[in-house]
Design a protein around this ligand. Structure first.
Ligand SMILES: Cc1cc2nc3c(=O)[nH]c(=O)nc-3n(C[C@H](O)[C@H](O)[C@H](O)COP(=O)(O)O)c2cc1C
Length: 209
């Protein structure tokens, strides 16, 4: 069996869990970007005080994050790297809300007021390397925008749990955008990344097209 095949099996398994953990058909993610902003969304933070962090296992979230960075070139951009195996994530991190081991992120967190955290959804929860960032990095008091990619299902209850997790770490959850990635070409992903940014940071100028 190839690695790709095993990953696909896990994705199907993920959708089964996703379906099992909800009884509301409206929890399916629409084709268009879904964005929600919270009470504290009106403040505008300069791009050079913004840190874009992303984790991507299979490359899709990377495309979204890179597009966002292209639109905010003055923001700092860093990848969350982890050598964690997917089996460990599936059978240990996700069911038990464990952190994944990640490499050190070489940025001075004290410089930033605002974090844009991009991550895939695994079994209705943020990926474990991104969870590690929320749980262990010095982000207290900072504003956080979550840009989430998923295959098509991230229910309302799960979204609320993610917001609660962020708030429990004394990070301010400002917005959540969800991009359904399944079957989308790069151009459409880029377009949706732009729409997500526009929805959650409407007051900033877009630097490049
Ligand atoms: C282990 C695993 C679990 C997943 N669980 C879900 C899920 O619960 N809901 C969903 O819509 N997509 C799920 N997906 C799909 C991914 O969230 C989606 O393909 C994402 O865009 C992948 O991002 P990446 O290419 O940056 O790794 C899962 C994928 C994997 C590998």
């Amino acid at each position: 069996m190839t690695k790709k095949f095993i990953l696909r099996v896990f994705i199907v398994f993920g959708f089964c869990i996703a379906c099992a953990t909800t009884n509301n058909a409206s929890d399916a993610v629409p084709e268009k970007v879904f964005s929600v902003t919270y009470d504290n969304a009106t403040i505008s933070v300069p791009d050079n005080e913004t840190l874009i962090l992303y984790y991507s296992k299979m490359g899709t979230t990377r495309k979204v994050a890179k597009r966002i960075h292209a639109l905010m070139p003055e923001a700092e951009f860093a990848e969350i790297k982890s050598s964690m195996g997917i089996m460990k994530a599936v059978f240990w991190h996700q069911p038990f809300n464990r952190n994944a081991k990640i490499e050190a992120i070489d940025v001075d967190f004290s410089r930033f007021k605002q974090i844009i955290l991009c991550s895939p959804i695994w079994f209705q929860k943020i990926s474990s390397p991104a969870r590690t960032v929320i749980n262990t990095m010095p982000l207290q008091g900072k504003r956080m925008h979550l840009i989430i990619t998923c295959g098509g299902h991230f229910g309302e209850g799960a979204r609320e749990k993610l917001r609660t997790l962020v708030a429990s770490r004394k990070i301010e959850p400002v917005s959540l955008s969800i991009i359904k990635t399944g079957g989308k070409a790069d151009e459409e992903l880029h377009q949706q990344a732009e729409e997500a940014l526009q929805a959650v940071l409407p007051n900033r100028q877009q630097a490049v097209k």
